[in-house]
Design a protein around this ligand. Structure first.
Ligand SMILES: [Zn+2]
Length: 507
């Protein structure tokens, strides 16, 4: 209790140092003491708070986090949409009435990872990279979902990646290292303050422990939690009795497919958001809820330096926000929507050394780099382990060119200069004449170098140039709409979002 009041005091110090005057000091002290009391008796105090003058606390709080979604990811996607017509003209949250900029540094470095950023976004406490739901001294810290629950509200998390991956796990888990997936899976099952959770499945340490996603699903069922795969299975959850976990329609996958690789019937983020709203509003219409939704794979496309995929992931995240906006339209005075990111990934630049962009050159891309690689392995006559398949026919250089034209547009819509052509010939020679395939590894995938270089080259021609495959320390946008949105004008850092939510929502 003491700690929270101290955090709040620091926060207001921070915000009021520029124009401190007597009335502000008074206000500050009043707010801090109110907050201290609220922490003592959240449910009671929240009720009382409604009788105090001023705006009503928001009841339905949506906290949308694009993993790896910097400004250039957002506006690069918007550029693409506007030029090609292949996506909404404006990414919905760029039009939100309140927008501010936040810093993201962690307690250990200026360039955060998703665990430290997730912890700051979920709890308001900065920690070291890889630390999850713990402070720099490894002490557990509680999330906004925990505090909402203390106040009698509901809480949910949804993501396109594993449900115990860093960002969602920061809202319920505590681990010295984000990769302690078994521990985090168990913590989710035990976290009774998370009423609804959705994601691909449980990330796990099966190679080490033999416990796979299904093991943790069985444990969830033993704990009385409803576990469903795909929207046909979960149906309408408004009246479901008990906690719920919603997973990918394919139980073998612990994350969703990239949006551009999805086929009809595949689970997508909007399915999770609809299910979460059904459930949370169904159970907590009166008391309210906090619902965290992560576009978790924007980051993967950034690590892989794949602009077309990155754009489609951002659009998919925006589509999930459309579902939230439809809810907002029904409850405009009681809903607060926050959209932000944890960090930027890939050092994406818009322009690529020329005073023009050609986003339309990306339109030919219908598959992610991962899936183009799968097709390339078929052409190359090798299996998933990259070993030659029986009866393998080695492709000719012309066939490889044809492939790069079909999937990436090279030589068709995108001119290839002499140097790059020579580089492709050399790569072909190495891969197919010397049988020494070159592999490019990124954080979440591996790619044949021909495919990887072709995608980087096409991205650059389109004006999307990647600096590397890691995170950057770039500041990020915080986009806010709804009840008390302007209260977030003062937020300048990722650790200040949760204190502000708790202040305005009075819990
Ligand atoms: Zn990342």
């Amino acid at each position: 209790m003491f700690v929270i009041a101290a955090v709040a005091a620091d926060f207001f110090d921070n915000q009021s140092h520029k124009s401190m005057n007597n009335s502000k000091t008074l206000l500050r002290l009043t707010l801090v003491s109110i907050l201290s009391v609220l922490v003592l008796l959240p449910a009671e105090a929240r009720k009382k708070a409604k009788t105090v003058e001023g705006p009503q606390p928001p009841k339905y709080i949506f906290y949308m986090i694009g993993d790896g979604m910097g400004f250039n990811e957002v506006y690069g996607a918007q550029n693409y949409n506007q030029v090609t017509g292949d996506g909404p003209e404006y990414i919905n949250f760029t039009q939100f009435p309140v927008r501010t900029v936040i810093t993201t540094f962690s307690a250990s470095t200026l360039v955060t990872d998703s665990a430290a950023a997730g912890t700051a976004l979920a709890t308001g406490v900065k920690t070291y990279n890889n630390g999850l739901g713990v402070d720099p001294d490894h002490k557990p810290v509680n999330s906004v979902c925990y505090y909402a629950h203390q106040a009698g509200m509901g809480a949910g998390v949804a993501t396109t990646v594993g449900v115990n991956h860093a960002t969602p796990a920061a809202f319920f888990g505590h681990a010295d290292h984000r990769n302690e997936y078994d521990k985090l899976a168990t913590q989710l099952i035990e976290a009774d303050f998370i009423d609804f959770a959705a994601g691909g499945g449980f990330l796990n340490e099966v190679r080490k422990t033999g416990r796979d996603s299904k093991y943790f699903e069985d444990k969830s069922k033993e704990a009385g939690i409803g576990v469903f795969h795909g929207k046909e299975q979960w149906g309408n959850l408004s009246n479901y009795n008990g906690r719920v976990f919603c997973f990918n329609v394919d139980p073998a996958r612990t994350e969703l497919k990239y949006a551009m690789d999805q086929k009809p019937g595949d689970t997508n983020l909007s399915d999770f958001v609809k299910a979460g709203i059904d459930y949370l509003y169904g159970h907590f219409a009166e008391k309210g809820f906090v619902f965290m939704v992560e576009g978790g794979k924007i980051d993967g496309a950034g690590h892989g330096d794949d602009a077309a995929c990155n754009i489609k992931e951002t659009n998919d995240f925006a589509a999930a926000i459309d579902v939230v906006l439809a809810f907002y339209d029904k409850h405009p005075d009681e809903t607060l929507i926050l959209v932000t990111a944890d960090h930027e990934t890939g050092g994406l630049q818009l322009g690529a050394g020329q005073y023009e962009m050609h986003p339309e050159l990306l339109k030919v891309r219908k598959l992610s780099e991962d899936e183009i690689n799968r097709e390339f392995r078929i052409l190359a006559g090798v299996g998933a382990d990259r070993r030659p398949l029986p009866g393998r026919k080695v492709p000719t250089y012309e066939q490889v060119k044809e492939f790069l034209g079909q999937y990436i547009g090279l030589w068709k819509t995108i001119e290839v200069d002499e140097d790059q052509e020579a580089a492709f010939r050399e790569m072909y020679h190495n891969a197919f004449e010397l049988d020494e395939e070159e592999i490019v590894e990124s954080l979440y995938s591996t790619s044949n170098r021909i495919v990887s270089d072709a995608i980087m080259y096409a991205d650059k021609k389109a004006g999307y140039q990647w600096s590397h495959g890691s995170h950057t320390g770039s500041p990020l946008g915080l986009y806010i709409k709804g009840a008390v949105a302007t209260e977030f004008n003062v937020v300048t850092d990722n650790s200040l979002i949760v204190p502000t939510i708790r202040k305005v929502a009075k819990f």
